[in-house]
Ligand binder design. Structure first.
Ligand SMILES: [Zn+2]
Ligand SMILES: [Zn+2]
Length: 217
């Protein structure tokens, strides 16, 4: 699997290019302000982008969708429960003091079937709590167990997603982390929406927010 990550100021939100090394088919995950860097990576890797996949619709994760759509003319996928946030992109930007253009419409909602690109497939797990339509994109070889988890802002190395934004819910978030993400396996690699990679095992055993929560239930 080919994997490239880029992040720029002010949000330092991770945008990803994930591609099949054999077919060069690729997906873009969460294109934001670093879209120019992602477009450069796509050119350098000489891969063929098939879709834009969004872990959720907070503004820092979608400001690059328009440029991605312009460059590749491929479908944009989102969980249906985040459509309302996507529709509020301009207002979300204003909330953080940024002028943001409304991105082009979402083309499809994630369904039950895995999304295929080259020899790889993406399974979508609904992980609400940070926002209603948050998902974990589990990517790996078709027919295998995906070892790469693109979790958006649900779980970070040593931290968890904030739950004070519209539609956020602490209890729901913690259940998504412990009941949806943790069963995906200790050795699964976690690629958060911000900051460095981690693993499920490391977060399960050392994340202070998780340990606190598990003590209390
Ligand atoms: Zn977010
Ligand atoms: Zn974010």
């Amino acid at each position: 699997m080919i994997l490239e990550v880029r992040a720029v100021a002010p949000f330092y939100k991770n945008g990803f290019v994930v591609a099949c090394e054999r077919t060069r088919q690729a997906v873009l995950i969460d294109p934001g302000d670093e879209i120019d860097e992602l477009l450069g990576a796509v050119r350098d890797l000489d891969v063929d982008v098939q879709a834009v996949l969004l872990t959720h619709a907070h503004v820092d994760h979608i400001t690059g969708v328009a440029a991605a759509k312009e460059a590749f003319d491929v479908p944009v996928y989102l969980h249906r429960d985040d459509q309302f946030l996507y529709d509020l992109a301009v207002q979300q930007g204003a909330m953080f003091g940024f002028k943001v253009r409304q991105p082009p419409p979402v083309d499809a909602y994630f369904g039950a079937d895995p999304f295929l690109f080259g020899d790889y497939e993406t399974h979508v797990h609904h992980t609400p709590g940070h926002c209603p339509g948050g998902v974990c994109l589990q990517i790996g070889r078709a027919g295998g167990t995906g070892r790469h988890l693109f979790v958006g802002d649900t779980l970070f190395a040593g931290s968890i997603g904030r739950t004070d934004l519209p539609g956020g819910d602490y209890g729901v978030l913690m259940r998504s982390i412990t009941e949806v993400l943790f069963p995906l396996g200790d050795d699964a690699i976690v690629h958060p929406g911000h900051g460095p990679d981690t693993t499920i095992g490391r977060e399960r055993t050392t994340n202070p927010f998780v340990l606190d929560y598990l003590k209390g239930i």
